[in-house]
Design a protein around this ligand. Structure first.
Ligand SMILES: Nc1nc2c(c(=O)[nH]1)N[C@H]1C(S)=C(S)[C@@H](COP(=O)(O)OP(=O)(O)OC[C@H]3O[C@@H](n4cnc5c(=O)[nH]c(N)nc54)[C@H](O)[C@@H]3O)O[C@H]1N2
Ligand SMILES: Nc1nc2c(c(=O)[nH]1)N[C@H]1C(S)=C(S)[C@@H](COP(=O)(O)OP(=O)(O)OC[C@H]3O[C@@H](n4cnc5c(=O)[nH]c(N)nc54)[C@H](O)[C@@H]3O)O[C@H]1N2
Ligand code: SF4
Ligand SMILES: [Mo]
Length: 745
């Protein structure tokens, strides 16, 4: 099954089946469900929603970073429509964006702090009690077990100013050593791959590249549902591009592609080495670019000579002609762009796979020019902000904890004692979980992430979290799987109820605005951090961090001189006026263009200015199938309307209509027949770690021997196998061994 049906004859995954239903309801939309405001906005918004003014705000779901105009009257947000003049979305938004206000109004919003009482029940308390308890309990743990016995888990879903304040407060104010975030589950691989190859974590592209490519390679990316507005940018491409989708499954995206390489899970590395070998053998490489701008090519060429076509056919399960056609498309393309997402980043050999993609771009000179690039697409609205400013793996502003010079610079800007800055990066997420198990970590502060649902190997994860002496969860909702097991719940304002900046996938910094009041006593994360700092006794250190806008000025100073230098941005006003600004934008920048890409001059961030070829022998799957567990489980996004652990999107009645409520399992007709399973049957899926029940969805969209379950259902991660990339420590969510059986009732 290496070629996708291109005529869309079998709409077989649930989102494929739900899309036409929405199409019928709202008119001639594209299959990715983007709605164009200029065509549909005014008609979709009833007159009572027009209000007396509109405030622009970058969307708080995915990393595309669409801008939405929120229509207001007085203090009230009446409705929204996508901004037509913003360079990202050009008047479009996906259903999550259209419904962004609806999810704010829900009965399970956290409106007061909740503290677990003597009989083990969460009961409402005032902020004074909450902040006092936070300080007392965390400090008591630190006194007994050392400052590093308390840690935090942060997120890619709060504004940059908040995540910088959290990182600075936790580490410099409260003395924590370890903090990580949900970006470990998501972008860690791209970060390490870029750092090693380019010398800095620097995605080079701008979204216009989608429109300017003549050959678009999408690896492990279901763009149509995960980044639907980016798919719209592809649809605007005038060059009739080859679209090559590499994914074991048939997805909305592979069906729209011109070539679908339905390879065996995690065989991407062998495929890309084999293709590199073909390109070298046929002299389809850009020798001039390689000589002038890269290092390590000769070793790489020698290494890939061990990947003849026969080996690649055997390892990927793809036909030789399919692989050759892919290589030919890269050769024939004048502007080839490579894009990757979680099918690459979530793997036991993720960093090397990402670098194998980078190698293809480098060896063919497809970087730094319009329509090219080795481009990692981020996931959450502010994953990029967290990469630069979360103060977890990197010291604030893409600096290095291990560098005395960097520590001195940051301490100087923040006017703090240099000794407060740790000399080493935090432990990665899985090491923090292990630390809890070993009782090295006893207090944990979880902000805007839901590990009891989203972390790998869930039953163990929940067991680990339950061993903490003190678990604090700061969230918009008190009902999340993690909040329910917390000792203290801090009620947070969400998107639309506070302001700050997000950095999208193409490095564009945009402003998100306050357009609604948070319910009850919920506070913006920024103000929760300030409050906790005061009660902790370190408030003085953060006097300058007066507001998100004042904090943005600190971030500018921290970035100065770095590849991500944004010292030239003249505050939120400039960001609003210009439709966001991409980094870098140093002081005295005279260059201003709405779309900018990196490496146009061929200079990379390593000291020698060259990009590095990096490679390594592929490794077998950490958990191969066996006779007892004969199927490979793939997981990922299920539909355009579902967001992660569903705390937000499940609150919208409109979005709820767009996906199946009950957990479903996609299984190939061949495997289903062998097990006497039909669509709609209740089945059990089990791995070595746990089991779940769901409805069978018999479909050729998954290959024989594979099943797919969306990550949005609470039980999915009971099955996943805790294996990690050795360099990025990102969990390998997308391949483990399972068995399927009919449920007895
Ligand atoms: N609607 C919606 N949009 C979202 C999100 C959401 O929850 N809902 N989340 C956002 C976030 S945080 C992220 S990170 C992105 C994720 O965006 P994507 O990465 O596009 O989404 P996934 O479905 O996780 O994975 C993409 C594809 O990888 C494939 N895959 C699995 N294993 C392999 C493999 O070994 N090789 C290859 N080549 N492919 C493989 C899967 O079949 C899947 O179709 O989406 C963002 N956008
Ligand atoms: N099996 C499997 N598991 C996966 C994946 C997969 O592909 N397969 N993908 C992984 C990936 S890429 C990701 S990014 C993670 C996502 O995993 P999580 O981060 O755990 O998922 P979310 O549901 O986005 O959780 C965000 C939480 O923050 C809250 N929140 C939203 N806005 C705010 C705010 O402004 N302030 C505060 N304080 N709280 C807020 C929400 O209510 C929600 O509870 O899941 C990972 N897990
Ligand atoms: S594509 Fe992403 S940023 Fe744009 S409206 Fe949808 S969720 Fe929001
Ligand atoms: Mo993600």
């Amino acid at each position: 099954m290496s070629q996708a049906p291109t005529n869309g004859t079998h709409l077989s995954t649930p989102s494929q089946r739900f899309i036409p239903r929405l199409l019928q309801r709202t008119g001639p939309l594209t299959e990715s469900l983007a709605l164009n405001a200029s065509e549909f906005g005014p008609r979709l918004l009833p007159p009572q929603m027009h209000g007396d003014r509109a405030t622009a705000s970058v969307c708080g779901f995915c990393s595309t970073g669409c801008n939405l105009n929120v229509h207001q009257r007085g203090d009230e947000a009446l409705g929204l429509s996508p901004a037509t003049d913003y360079p990202v979305n050009l008047g479009m938004a996906c259903p999550k964006g259209w419904e962004a206000l609806a999810v704010l109004d829900a009965p399970d919003r956290a409106t007061r702090p909740l503290l677990r009482n003597a009989v083990g029940k969460l009961e409402p308390v005032g902020w004074d009690v909450a902040a006092t308890t936070f300080g007392d309990r965390m400090q008591a743990i630190q006194r007994e077990h050392g400052p590093q016995s308390v840690a935090f888990l942060s997120t890619g879903q709060i504004v940059t100013e908040e995540m910088a304040l959290l990182g600075a407060l936790a580490k410099f104010g409260m003395g924590m050593l370890h903090g990580d975030g949900n970006t470990r589950q998501c972008m860690a691989t791209a970060v390490v791959a870029y750092k090693q190859a380019f010398g800095f974590d620097a995605p080079p592209y701008t979204y216009a590249d989608f429109e300017q490519s003549d050959t678009i390679v999408l690896v492990g990316s279901n763009l149509c549902i995960a980044h639907p507005i980016l798919w719209q940018r592809v649809m605007r491409n005038q060059f009739d591009p080859q679209i090559i989708a590499i994914d074991p499954r048939t997805t909305e995206t592979t069906m729209a592609a011109t070539q679908h390489l339905a390879l065996q899970p995690k065989s991407d590395l062998a495929l890309f080495y084999g293709v590199a070998h073909l390109l070298i053998e046929r002299e389809w490489i850009d020798r001039e670019f390689i000589d002038a701008h890269t290092s390590g090519f000769d070793e790489f060429a020698a290494f890939v000579s061990d990947f003849p076509l026969s080996r690649v056919v055997a390892e990927t399960g793809l036909a030789a002609e399919v692989i050759e056609r892919f290589a030919e498309s890269i050769h024939n393309g004048l502007r080839v762009s490579f894009w990757w997402t979680m099918g690459v980043n979530q793997s036991h050999q993720a960093v090397r796979t990402a670098q194998a993609i980078i190698n293809l771009a480098l060896m063919t000179g497809n970087i730094g020019r319009p329509g090219t690039g080795a481009n990692s697409i981020t996931g959450q609205c502010n994953a990029m902000g967290s990469r630069l400013f979360s103060n977890t793996t990197n010291l604030l502003g893409g600096h290095d904890f291990a560098s005395a010079e960097d520590r001195q610079k940051v301490a100087g800007i923040l006017a703090i004692d240099e000794s407060r800055i740790p000399h080493e990066a935090s432990w990665p997420y899985h090491r923090i979980m292990e630390g809890i198990l070993r009782r090295e970590i006893r207090g944990l502060w979880v902000v805007a992430t839901n590990p009891a649902h989203s972390w790998i190997n869930q039953e163990t994860a929940r067991d680990v979290l339950s061993r903490l002496d003190f678990l604090v969860v700061q969230d918009m909702y008190h009902s999340t799987e993690t909040a329910r097991i917390a000792d203290l719940v801090l009620p947070a304002a969400g998107w639309g109820e506070k302001e700050g900046t997000f950095i999208n996938s193409e490095r564009r910094i945009g402003v998100t605005s306050k357009v609604a009041r948070a319910p009850g006593e919920a506070l913006a994360d920024f103000h929760i951090f300030k409050l906790l700092a005061e009660y902790w006794g370190c408030g003085e250190m953060f006097r300058r961090w007066e507001s998100p806008a004042a904090t943005f000025e600190i971030l500018k100073q921290l970035s100065a001189g770095q590849p991500c230098d944004v010292a030239g941005i003249d505050g939120y006003a400039m960001l609003r006026e210009r439709g966001g600004v991409q980094w870098p934008y140093p002081a005295e920048s005279d260059e201003y263009a709405t779309e900018r890409r990196l490496f146009a001059d061929g200079r990379f961030f390593h000291p020698d200015g060259r990009a590095k070829f990096l490679c390594e022998e592929p490794r077998p799957l950490p958990e191969p199938t066996t006779s007892k567990f004969p199927l490979t489980l793939l997981t990922g996004r299920g539909s355009v309307a579902q967001w992660h652990t569903q705390t937000r999107t499940a609150k919208s009645a409109v979005l709820r209509k767009l996906y199946p409520e009950e957990l479903y399992v996609e299984i190939n007709p061949h495997d289903a027949a062998g097990l006497l399973i039909s669509s709609g049957d209740l089945i059990i899926v089990a791995s070595q770690r746990g089991e779940l029940r769901g409805r069978a969805m018999v479909t050729p969209a998954v290959q024989p021997g594979q099943v797919f379950i969306p990550m949005h259902y609470e039980a999915t991660n009971r099955l996943t196998h805790p294996s990690f990339d050795p360099y990025s420590h990102q969990p390998s969510y997308k391949a483990c061994a399972v068995r399927v059986a009919m449920a007895s009732n």
